[in-house]
Design a protein around this ligand. Structure first.
Ligand SMILES: Nc1ncnc2c1ncn2[C@@H]1O[C@H](COP(=O)(O)OP(=O)(O)O)[C@@H](O)[C@H]1O
Ligand code: SF4
Ligand SMILES: [Mg+2]
Length: 332
């Protein structure tokens, strides 16, 4: 049994006077301890809604969540709000894109860490201060003792994200969800935060769900990758086959649209044409058809199913042929 088993997760938003909107449409994946699983796709494909549903953080009104989110066999979707709050303090941690809005601006960083330690791990204030400094040090914040008394605005963006990771780690979560944790940071800091997450997963055995629109982030970090389009998984594979030989036209397009380190100077990046606004509903065929260079007439008539093969699962009537260029170097 995996640590987390997400099965057929579905989130439908229903506002009065509007058509129901299915943001997450039957998503399934597993995460094991010490494993990093990526959820990747353009903005609006349902990544954040998936993570909020797993964490029990979607608003209680105006949406319907179905399927299963089994954590060590317990379906989190069946737990009460109170039990879910306990879980979030104990087993589940989350790091968001924007550390400034996730940190409390009027409380010193140290207090925000010790608060978690006192509340969820029952530590005394004194012991919590020692542990907080240790945690800030572990996430690479220099001079942690001094930083404890500083406020979020006194820290740089990269340091704030480190502080947020320290707060998430304070509960020793067994599952950490990082939703675009480096999107707001510049490239150098981004690389440092990714290296930190990688190290934490390796050293603590924490399971990590990495959410990003950036395939470059996934390439260095994830063991397994789920590519999402229109709320559905369209391709699922281990990192190497996914990057070396992407078969779904959408994955292929995503790879062709990011710069390669080994690419020739001035090499043209090929963006995917159109936007998610062009989607057609999945029940009338393939949602990606209006943007897909491989589309056949059948694609607008028959909904493709996610078919599991030896190396990958694929939802496509006319996949890219193996070996078609656009494949990226896969970092070791
Ligand atoms: N509270 C909400 N009410 C209605 N629609 C929502 C809500 N939250 C997200 N959505 C819609 O669900 C889709 C998926 O959103 P999201 O998961 O945030 O995408 P992303 O992959 O960029 O994280 C989007 O079309 C978004 O507009
Ligand atoms: S099913 Fe058809 S339209 Fe959809 S991705 Fe595959 S080839 Fe393209
Ligand atoms: Mg998002």
């Amino acid at each position: 049994m995996a640590l987390l088993e997400v099965r057929d997760l579905r989130v439908v938003f229903q506002r009065r006077g509007t058509e129901p909107f299915t943001a997450v449409d039957g998503v399934s994946f597993d995460v094991d301890p010490g494993q990093t699983v990526g959820l990747v796709g353009e903005s609006g494909c349902g990544k954040s809604v998936t993570s909020l549903a797993i964490m029990g953080l979607l608003p209680s009104r105006g949406n319907k969540v179905s399927g299963q989110v089994r954590f060590e066999g317990t379906d989190l979707l069946t737990l009460s709000d109170k039990d879910m709050r306990d879980r979030r303090g104990r087993d589940l941690g989350m790091v968001f894109q924007d550390p400034l809005s996730s940190l409390n601006p009027v409380i010193p960083i140290g207090l925000q860490v010790t608060e978690v330690l006192e509340r969820h791990r029952g530590m005394s204030r004194k012991a919590a201060m020692v542990e907080a400094a240790d945690l800030l040090g572990r996430v690479g914040i220099p001079d942690p003792q001094r930083r404890l008394s500083e406020y979020p605005h006194q820290l740089s963006g990269g340091m704030r994200q480190r502080a947020l990771i320290a707060i998430a780690l304070a509960c020793r979560p067994r599952l950490l969800i990082a939703d675009e944790p480096t999107t707001a940071l510049d490239v150098t800091i981004q690389a440092q935060i990714l290296a930190l997450l990688k190290e934490l997963v390796r050293d603590t055995g924490t399971a990590l769900i990495m959410i990003t629109h950036d395939l470059g982030v996934v390439a260095g970090l994830c063991d397994e990758v789920n590519v999402l389009y229109g709320g559905r998984v369209v391709e699922k594979a281990a990192r190497y086959p996914l990057f070396a030989d992407p078969r779904h036209p959408y994955t292929h397009g995503l790879l062709a649209s990011i710069p390669r380190l080994d690419g020739a100077r001035g090499e043209k990046l090929v963006p995917i044409k159109g936007s998610v606004a062009d989607n057609i509903p999945w029940d009338h065929g393939c949602a990606f058809a209006p943007r897909c260079p491989n589309a056949l007439p059948v694609c607008r008539e028959v909904t493709p199913e996610l078919e599991a093969g030896d190396v990958r699962s694929l939802r496509c009537h006319n996949p890219v042929l193996p070996g078609t260029p656009a494949a990226q170097e896969v970092p070791a």
